[in-house]
Design a protein. Structure first.
Length: 137
């Protein structure tokens, strides 16, 4: 009997994801994104580098959900939509792509297609605020 292809895993492998991300799959990505939303709600305590890594999880989710089987994709979209709505209520426009305009251009990102890279927490923690140039010296 032939084994059915796991298109989500293939996608994550093609993106060079670490073994723990591959093992967690779509569920692991969703849980990680929900944790990020919770962290932002509490005043994201980490640095810009950490925040960018967390935003990359959201980007991986977009690709993973698009490749998931229909039933799994529908459930994942509902969960993702809820997390995104919670997060968006706590974000403000960053005025630029947080990865930088060159990266955005190279990747083909826009505020409409990859909104998560163009927004920042309205109330960041001190390290993220400093990294974003929002904190006083």
């Amino acid at each position: 009997m032939r084994r059915k292809k796991d298109r989500v895993r293939e996608f994550l492998e093609s993106q060079g994801c670490a073994d723990h991300v591959l093992a967690g799959g779509l569920e692991g990505l969703l849980a990680a994104w929900e944790r990020t939303v919770d962290e932002v709600a509490r005043g994201y305590p980490l640095t810009l580098d950490d925040y960018l890594n967390d935003l990359d999880v959201r980007d991986l989710l977009a690709g993973a959900v698009a490749r998931a089987p229909d039933e799994a994709a529908a459930a994942a979209r509902e969960r993702l939509d809820r997390a995104d709505a919670r997060l968006r209520a706590r974000l403000v426009p960053a005025g630029r792509c947080l990865w930088g305009n060159g990266v955005a251009e190279d990747e083909g990102w826009t505020p409409a297609t990859h909104w998560w890279y163009y927004m920042r927490p309205a109330h960041p923690g001190p390290d993220l605020a400093a990294d974003l140039g929002l904190a006083e010296p």
